[in-house]
Design a protein around this ligand. Sequence first.
Ligand code: SF4
Ligand code: SF4
Length: 243
Amino acid sequence: MLVESDNHVKDSLDLLSKSWSIDPEVYDLHLGKRNDVADTVIEVNGVVFHIPTLADDNLYVLWKCIWPDCHNCCERQGRLPLTKDDIKIIAKKMGYVSESEFIKTETRFSSWEKQEPLDKVITTLTMLSLKRNSNEREEQDGTPLKCRFLDDRGYCGIHPDKPGVCWLYPFASWIESDKQKAVIHATFQLTGDCPGFYASKTLDPIKPVLNEYSEKIYDYNMAVSRTTRENYSSINIIDLQRI
Ligand code: SF4
Ligand code: SF4
């Protein structure tokens, strides 16, 4: 699973705990305090999911979205990177005739690093991101901001035309090459901002969720590939094993 810096996650979890009850095992997992975390791998519709498993307690950490009771991911949105498809769809939704005008007015570049759990590489991604508010500044990239499209009832003002990343959260996904074949992997982002994680003795409750998200994750990765291929974004990879 992808875990952000412990301090940031602790602050987010403590904030979350004021409104939601978080299983103690889930809380500790977020903070990297469990030494017994194993990886349960489930392949669904061509996507390889990695489910955190707490071996000592014989528990899986699963997730379900509890919207509309919760809309914390939109209250504390860190970054909204856009695929080429997102740009086209959202520009139209926001009433822009010209995509270049939309890009100039509503987006900015963001750049961030990812280190995938199964790989010894650091990937730096640079993509156009949708501004979360019209005054968003460069130094706010990656820090939580309330998204301007969230309304008072917890609805998204540009749904269903919201960015692909909004459909994916809290999954993170990446592509790895296996025997010259591209394989899509997915796991949870444990940022401390989502109260939907829970400990379970069985994997059964997550199976319909994985089925639903496998399609979204597959389509999103294809859209990111097209975006990179057409130079709307760039990816720089550093192989730590070769340094
Ligand atoms: S994904 Fe998590 S944070 Fe977002 S609405 Fe669902 S439960 Fe809340
Ligand atoms: S675009 Fe919509 S779904 Fe995405 S963060 Fe904003 S309000 Fe939430």
